[in-house]
Design a protein around this ligand. Structure first.
Ligand SMILES: C[S@@+](CC[C@H](N)C(=O)[O-])C[C@H]1O[C@@H](n2cnc3c(N)ncnc32)[C@H](O)[C@@H]1O
Length: 356
């Protein structure tokens, strides 16, 4: 029995026996017994506003709750605001849409839109619980080893930015080099510190974000700074410039800076959606011109520029290739553009610079 739906009864009304009309009445009543709710999580890509609005319109329609034009406009405005809010906080922000069928006689869709913005460190923390190590490969980068070898001897002062679980730092320290690691992910730092303590290695771990203006390192100190698979998390040319400026500060004259970066190929100029998607897939894209602009006026000169995938495949031990199950797809840009029969227009490149 449902109070709201009890219709006024009058003896004056005609008797209805038409099957279609009775069925319609039953379906109307049935709606009050149907309940449902759901949740959608969508990446905060502002360029997808129309697409997302359309997805929701279709979804609500399919659930028997089509939206009025006014409601559609309100929803679109709300999505626009929340997408921008999430995007500004993080490349990995998610739009969370919770919806619930409203029962007759009101009959509609209650909808709540929020954003979820886990930090990069929180994302990586979960890797420790959910993935099987080694998380980034079992062997140090061949290019890192070749670069360190240029200094001769075994007591190079090395800075490893975003050193992760120590794929490069641990073997370098075992060789006798002095290594500082700057890392922002708590769980990686814990793992690294355990390994350092077990082997009694000379590695100093600093917790911090290289892009944080408050993160200060010893100026004019290191002979070599490396950042492997880290720039792919940067969000724009300003981040890249800040990183390069900080490295110019901490590397001593004649020292080297080695990093890898996704650069566009064949003069492909990515649009906003491609750039945002690349950020989401931890493959942030830059053009060669942007790299040149970011380096402008800094005391850095380019020494070499190699395709990572070719270099590492050639020089890593056969048993260490590929470094991880995801590496080849990621480093060839297929995480961003999963093309079946073609090559994505981006290249993951080793850039080696000298501090002059
Ligand atoms: C893909 S992992 C690579 C780890 C390690 N460099 C390697 O090649 O095995 C990227 C690492 O960079 C760290 N990272 C990303 N952005 C950073 C930043 N702005 N400052 C410090 N560390 C950062 C992450 O926490 C993560 O450990």
């Amino acid at each position: 029995m449902n109070q709201e739906q009890t219709l006024p009864i009058s003896n004056q009304l005609p008797l209805v026996t038409s099957q279609p009309i009775l069925k319609k009445a039953i379906l109307y009543k049935l709606d009050s017994y149907i309940s449902g709710c759901g949740k959608l999580e969508l990446p905060c890509l502002p360029g997808m506003l129309d697409y997302y609005t359309n997805v929701l319109e279709k979804l609500f329609s399919h659930l028997g709750r089509p939206m009025s034009t006014k409601r559609q406009q309100q929803l679109r405005q709300m999505l626009e605001r929340k997408l921008a809010e999430g995007y500004n906080v993080s490349a990995n922000a998610m739009l969370v849409i919770q919806y619930e069928l409203v029962r007759p006689p009101k009959k509609g869709m209650a909808c709540q839109i929020t954003i979820r913005t886990p930090s990069l460190g929180e994302h990586y923390d979960s890797w420790v619980d959910n993935r099987t190590p080694p998380l980034f490969g079992s062997h140090p980068d061949a290019k890192v080893l070749a670069t360190v070898a240029e200094f001769g001897g075994n007591s190079t002062k090395i800075l490893d930015i975003g050193g992760g679980t120590g794929r490069n730092a641990l073997p370098l320290a075992r060789m006798g080099h002095y290594v500082d690691v700057l890392e922002l992910t708590r769980a990686f730092i814990e793992q690294l510190q355990k390994a350092i303590a077990t082997e009694n290695l000379s590695i100093n771990v600093i917790k911090g974000d290289i892009l944080d203006p408050l993160t200060r390192l010893q100026p004019n100190f290191y002979q070599l700074a490396i950042a492997t698979e880290v720039i792919s998390h940067f969000r724009n040319v300003e981040d890249l410039r800040l990183f390069l400026a900080k490295m110019s500060d901490v590397i001593c004259s004649g020292g080297l800076l080695l990093f890898n970066i996704f650069l566009t190929a064949n003069e492909y100029v990515p649009d906003e959606l491609a750039r945002d998607m690349a950020q989401l897939c931890w493959s942030s894209l830059f053009t060669s011109e942007e790299l040149t602009i970011a380096m402008e006026g800094l005391p850095l000169v380019s020494v070499s520029n190699d395709l990572v995938i070719e270099y590492e495949r050639q020089y890593l031990p056969e048993t260490a290739w590929p470094p991880t199950s995801w590496f080849e797809s990621w480093a060839t840009g297929r995480d961003v553009f999963p093309l079946a029969n073609g090559q994505p227009p981006l290249e993951f490149r080793w850039i080696l610079c000298r501090r002059v």
